[in-house]
Unconditional design. Structure first.
Length: 73
């Protein structure tokens, strides 16, 4: 197996983590700004839950990214 073939799964793994992180960041930002402008407490609670879940998903993606960088796939 060539070096290029060996790194192919790793680069795909890193690319996947990056591609998922971008829309999650947009969701988190939008939820934050909606929370700031909302007057409804129930809506604010839901928006905070969205932000919390996005942070958890980003944590998982960061772990994926670290695993991908080490090449341990």
């Amino acid at each position: 197996m060539s070096t290029q073939e060996a790194h192919k799964p790793t680069s795909a793994w890193l690319e996947l983590a990056h591609e998922l992180r971008q829309p999650l960041d947009a969701i988190q930002s939008l939820a934050y700004y909606l929370e700031l402008t909302s007057k409804d407490e129930a809506q604010k609670t839901h928006l905070r839950q969205i932000q919390s879940l996005v942070l958890k998903a980003n944590h998982i993606l960061n772990q994926m990214h670290e695993i991908g960088k080490t090449g341990r796939l």
